[in-house]
Design a binder for this molecule. Structure first.
Ligand SMILES: C[S@@+](CC[C@H](N)C(=O)[O-])C[C@H]1O[C@@H](n2cnc3c(N)ncnc32)[C@H](O)[C@@H]1O
Length: 344
């Protein structure tokens, strides 16, 4: 007797995953969420406000209602839901910056060339766009996309920083150096919770553009020096070095070793280097959500860099002159680990 046909619902969703993503992208580009605001609108009124074709818009709105981004209050009349409001920039907990970054062509346009990347070992992005991600996006010069990326980093780091300040004893340290600290949300949180500490926020010139505002908002700007520099050349002296979401940017182990080596050379003898990174288990055992692995493949596609396992971090740290103590940060939604590196 033949087996009944089996539909794997999760697989089905994976196969069609790009469709809701593009549906949301279109809604954002049409500024549908803003056009509705808090109102319930008929499709005709929404079409008027967004200069769109009402019969097509009705089907888009129904699709968005099925995704719980709108609710259909009566046939053809819709209102934005709580989830939909997360796609507006000023909602508390907004995911607008994330959506703007991942739905930008620079993020998904390399994916159709993944096969080429796997065969050639070269970024899919470069094959698809004829140039690299940083040049294409005008990264260092600043752009709307770069502003969204900086905002996204802030949104992502703030909750991690809140957990970190509760998870580590900062009392015996005096000078924190935030290596590749970007806009400074981690430094801001640690300084705010530890009034005895001073900090150096160390990054490239384009990396610290938002930092004066972030540090001032936290009321810690008097205790933080902004220092522009290249962590491949040197790292400022201190007794507590911190480095979050930096090492994964570099696929080449030699580059990671250079950053770790520079930290080791300028770190006080009894100091600590704290790394905050996503760390993969040595085998795929379900302890890490699938999106971490898929985002690691996104690094193959466009951004470069790679996630590493605990063994890989241990080897790199040992070579740089550190022992490793791993602290899991279980309450951080995005699954970060805290790696405490102790000078040997
Ligand atoms: C993914 S961001 C992480 C920012 C911050 N640590 C956080 O978690 O919010 C990586 C940072 O590394 C900085 N960076 C990249 N190359 C650098 C270099 N050669 N020297 C110093 N900073 C660098 C970038 O400007 C960026 O701010």
């Amino acid at each position: 007797m033949s087996q009944p046909a089996r539909t794997d619902e999760e697989l089905l969703r994976m196969l069609t995953g790009y469709m809701p993503a593009f549906l949301i992208s279109a809604a954002m580009r049409l500024e549908l969420f803003a056009a509705f605001g808090a109102d319930a609108l008929t499709t005709e009124e929404a079409a008027r406000r967004t200069s769109t074709h009402a019969p097509s818009l009705l089907r888009v709105l129904r699709g968005l209602a099925a995704l719980d981004l709108f609710t259909e209050e009566s046939p053809g009349t819709f209102r934005v839901t709580e989830r939909g409001r997360l796609l507006l920039p000023d909602t508390p907990g907004s995911m607008h910056a994330l959506a703007a970054v991942v739905l930008d062509e620079s993020m998904w346009g390399g994916w159709p060339s993944l096969e080429h990347a796997v065969k050639s070992g070269k970024p899919a992005f470069d094959h698809a766009f004829g140039t690299d991600y940083m040049s294409y996006t005008g990264w260092a010069d600043g752009s709307e996309l770069r502003e969204h990326v900086d905002r996204l980093m802030l949104d992502e780091t703030r909750p991690v920083a809140a957990v970190l300040v509760e998870s580590f004893d900062f009392s015996r340290f005096s000078t924190l150096v935030d290596i590749g600290g970007g806009s400074g949300p981690l430094t801001a949180a640690v300084l705010a919770a530890n009034p005895h500490l001073h900090a150096v926020l160390y990054d490239l010139a384009d990396g610290v553009r938002q930092a004066p505002r972030v540090l001032a908002d936290a009321g810690v700007e008097q205790r933080c020096e902004l220092r522009v520099g290249d962590f491949f050349a040197s790292v400022p002296e201190g007794d507590l070095h911190m480095c979050k979401s930096v090492l994964f940017n570099w696929a080449d182990d030699d580059q990671v070793s250079a950053i770790l080596g520079n930290s080791r050379r300028s770190l006080a003898r009894d100091g600590r280097l704290l790394l905050v990174e996503h760390m993969l288990p040595d085998v795929v055992d379900g302890s890490m959500p699938w999106d971490q692995y898929v985002s690691d493949v996104n690094s193959v596609v466009s951004l470069g860099g790679r996630l590493r396992t605990e063994s890989e971090y241990r080897a790199l740290l040992t070579e740089a002159g550190f022992d490793l103590v791993v602290h899991r940060l279980p309450t951080v939604p995005s699954g970060y680990s805290l790696l405490e590196a102790v000078p040997i």
